[in-house]
Design a protein around this ligand. Structure first.
Ligand code: NAD
Length: 479
């Protein structure tokens, strides 16, 4: 198993000699000890990335870059089984999710951005006076990419593929809980033909390796997917070097069910909205807002399905819910469940670690609360676990206040057969993504980003190049 830092095309120990363990959350056993990157390793990686940018990668044309990026997608698919197993072992997500979603979607991102690399264009712009004016679209430069543990390969790929397509060089810092597929990605880049220094991978902790990337004067921009508090820290740390940032942060997304919806479909997807990837999803539909007139009937359907969804060994293809990623995350979820009960919400399902859980892993039951007060903690804060807060609404005004009533604005879903109502509400909701009669859809071509404290900047699709490239204006005097 690969466990080292990848800097300038070489596998390296940390200069400090330190390592940290990565743990299988289904068994709590140590999978491997990983080289722990520190500030001095980040510095080496930045120098390698700068040299590659000024050297072979910077001189390569877009069509050549595109071929390498496409090949990365092919190599991911060629190693799909191995990557899916690594992801499930490191994160605890079910093997079905890893192999059907995380791995193929990661490959898709390389296929999409291979195509995009040759479509990055400037403009010619008519101006006053005898001038010929045009813009050039240039790479941002050396970029730091910091990703969380919930979709390790997928979220790394969303950033790496777009960054490479725009001609940048990269230092990728995976989350300390889940470094394995990011390290494998370094090898995949090498197999595909990336020159040394173009993609460096430095596993390590946020406060050390992560902060060093953000503060480093040789890094031109940092893209983070992580918690809102981490995003705030990045804004402070980036201010000294006026570094360009792209922040994909937390969420508390409303999943709204009207009385006129297809209630079977809405119930099925309410579960998928919150329990997919054990609720460790930034866009989790963690607030279920149901029209009062159908509430009793609807919640019965949701409860019935949730009871059947018991956690199981994530390597078992039949398992639908794996363990939470870490002991810390399990404690966090327990803390919120206790708070929910203290604050007077009614626990309908779950709320505990399952007694029949396989092994001694960090399993937690699918959990549903109702009678949740809109301003209570479990209705406002991101739990990032399999905990659903259910609220009801009587009319449109009350609904809109509830839907927009948190500091977040990442996603929302609307279930109704009334087209006008759906589109009107899609416009009124303050969120970066709105699903109508569906949930949790993503595509490499579709822009994705947050409103409010869910962050700024957009990734996926061509919109990602707003961050990964910069526009230069050129004036030519024709007089
Ligand atoms: P986190 O913010 O603790 O960590 C995310 C990454 O940031 C990790 O690699 C971590 O090491 C690094 N980091 C932490 N502190 C840092 C610092 N001071 N400087 C630089 N880097 C630092 O988040 P997490 O617990 O790994 O992941 C869960 C969070 O991520 C949730 O809030 C979730 O909503 C969010 N998330 C958002 C999206 C999205 O697309 N908006 C997607 C997935 C997860």
């Amino acid at each position: 198993m690969l466990t080292k830092l990848f800097i300038n095309g070489n596998w390296e120990d940390a200069l400090s000699g330190k390592t940290f363990p990565t743990i299988n959350p289904a068994t709590t056993e140590v999978i491997a000890h990983i080289a722990e990157g520190g500030a001095e390793d980040v510095d080496r990686a930045v120098q390698a990335a700068r040299a590659a940018l000024d050297g072979p990668w910077g001189k390569m044309n877009a069509a050549e870059r595109a071929k390498i990026i496409w090949k990365m997608g092919e190599r991911i698919m060629a190693r799909a089984d191995e990557l899916a197993k690594l992801e499930t072992m490191d994160n605890g997500k079910t093997i079905t999710e890893s192999s059907r979603i995380d791995v193929p979607y990661s490959a898709d991102l390389y296929f999409y951005y291979a195509g995009a690399a040759t479509k990055l264009e400037g403009h010619t712009i008519p101006v006053n006076g005898p001038y010929f004016c045009y813009t050039l679209r240039e790479p941002l430069g050396v970029v730091g990419l910091i990703v969380p543990w919930n979709f390790p390969l997928l979220l790394a790929s969303r950033k790496v593929a777009a960054a490479l397509a725009a001609g940048n060089t990269v230092i990728l810092k995976p989350a300390a809980q889940t470094p394995l597929t990011a390290i494998a990605l370094a090898e995949i880049g090498m197999e595909a033909g990336l020159p040394p220094g173009v993609l460096n991978v430095v596993p390590g902790h946020g406060a050390t390796a992560g902060a060093a990337l953000v503060k480093h004067p040789g890094v031109d921009g940092v893209a983070l997917t992580g918690g809102t508090a981490t995003g705030q820290q990045l804004m402070r740390d980036a201010s000294n070097t006026v570094k360009k940032l792209h922040l994909e942060l937390g969420g508390k997304s409303p999943n709204i069910v009207f009385a006129d919806a297809d209630l079977e479909a809405a119930a099925k997807m309410a579960l998928m909205g919150i329990f997919y990837n054990k609720g460790e999803v930034c866009t989790a539909g963690s607030r279920l807002l149901v029209e009062k007139s159908i509430y009793d009937n609807f919640i019965e359907k949701v409860i019935e399905r949730a009871k059947k969804m018991q956690p199981g060994d994530p390597m078992d293809p039949k398992a639908r819910l794996g363990p939470l990623v870490s002991a810390a995350q399990l404690e966090n979820v327990k803390k919120y469940v206790a708070l929910g009960e203290q604050e007077g919400a009614r626990l309908l399902v779950g709320g505990r670690q399952p007694e029949a859980a396989p092994g001694k892993g960090y399993f937690f039951q699918p959990t549903i609360f109702d009678q949740v007060q809109p301003n209570s903690t479990i209705a406002q804060e991101e739990i990032f676990g399999p905990v659903l807060a259910t609220l009801t609404f009587q009319d449109g005004d009350e609904l809109l206040k509830l839907a927009n009533g948190t500091m977040y604005g990442l996603a929302a879903a609307i279930w109704t057969k009334d087209i006008k109502k759906a589109h009107r509400l899609a416009k009124e909701i303050k969120a970066g993504t709105v699903w109508i009669n569906t949930y949790n859809n993503y595509d490499a071509a579709m822009p994705y980003g947050g409103y409010k404290m869910s962050g700024f900047g957009v990734e996926s699709g061509m919109a990602a190049f707003e961050f990964y490239s910069q526009s230069k204006s050129v004036w030519v005097d024709l007089s």
